[in-house]
Design a protein around this ligand. Sequence first.
Ligand SMILES: NC(=O)c1ccc[n+]([C@@H]2O[C@H](COP(=O)([O-])OP(=O)(O)OC[C@H]3O[C@@H](n4cnc5c(N)ncnc54)[C@H](O)[C@@H]3O)[C@@H](O)[C@H]2O)c1
Length: 384
Amino acid sequence: MSEPPSSHPVSTAGPVHLIGSGLLGASIGLALTRAGVPVTLEDASPAAAALARDVGAGDLVTPGEEGRAEVRVVVIAVPPDVTADVVLTALRRFPDAVVTDVASVKTIVLRELWEAAEAGTISPADLARYVGSHPMAGRERSGAAAADPDLFAGRPWVLVPHPGSDPAALLAVRNLAVDLAATPVRMAAEDHDRAVAAVSHVPQVMASVLAARLLDAPESALALAGQGLRDTTRIAASDPRLWAAILVGNAGPVADLLAAARDDLTRLEEALRGAAEHGPLSPGAMAAASTTVDRGNLGVSRIPGKHGGARRDYAEVEVLVPDSPGELGRLFVAVGELGVNVEDFAIEHASRQKVGLATIAVLPDAAQRLADGLHEKGWRVVGA
Ligand SMILES: NC(=O)c1ccc[n+]([C@@H]2O[C@H](COP(=O)([O-])OP(=O)(O)OC[C@H]3O[C@@H](n4cnc5c(N)ncnc54)[C@H](O)[C@@H]3O)[C@@H](O)[C@H]2O)c1
């Protein structure tokens, strides 16, 4: 990859050394390399490291051969269960560097580091150079092949300093987040872990449990699948090894929320059993079903909208798009010619059909103009 360095000035002082060159490590390496920051990388898997080098995420070094005196920042992007060990080794290997990790759980990592400090395995001065972090960006695919230098753009990047963290180390990790176009957010480890249990870890469990219900579904049922199922199961394709480490690493907060979800499910299940036995009008059945969906409406309305701002209510225009090359491009050109900004976009392919249903989300006052304009340009508008 030979992309020109970014024109934006960066504050991160290199060289940066990456330990773990999978999806997260290689994405960080790609972004820093593009910004002109020298990056070296290593991985427990020589093949993973070579792949990251080949996609342009940095220069390969074998442990012990890196220019350890020059390294300013070390970023550790390995699974959560081995993160604390790798942080400890890195603090010793790179005596002058700021060390951060990007693991999705923070309390267990910090606890292991404190235990090491108490046992005298590491000095308080060395621990001061560590600031944990967690970019709230990712994908359901692992490895450098899926890496993307723009993965962090516009996403929160949680900074988790501990009471002994050096302010200069915190600033260095903050600069790294900003240089990668992320928005730094400071949190305590416990608050972070409770927050990500709700917005990331329990959603992963729910998607996995839901998708697992499809294992016994006949082909004829799966052929009916639409966008609702795709939306709610997309992350069920995530890496089991990584996610097992994340879930057990954040066991308490995840278990608490699962218990609450189980209570909701039990209430609904009991009401539906009543309806199945005594008919749909059996007392309480409608209320239980409606409450379940209603509370979901309220919950989803609390998810912030585009760019992390308050959620906006968009209007949707639905258009049939022929399933042939260039048609989506033609649709976007038409929308652009009408001077309408696309706030969100989705396309649904009904199986065995030669068309897709494109849903274009726009500001409410632009919806009718878009629908009329697309109709005039010959598009089949099916809903606005
Ligand atoms: N995938 C996501 O969406 C996401 C998002 C935010 C944060 N994270 C966190 O980032 C970290 C990395 O996740 P990923 O998605 O890049 O995983 P990944 O599987 O793509 O990459 C992890 C890499 O770490 C290497 N590795 C494992 N143990 C190692 C060790 N002891 N020393 C050196 N290398 C080692 C593996 O060989 C692998 O190449 C995890 O802690 C994860 O919780 C992931």
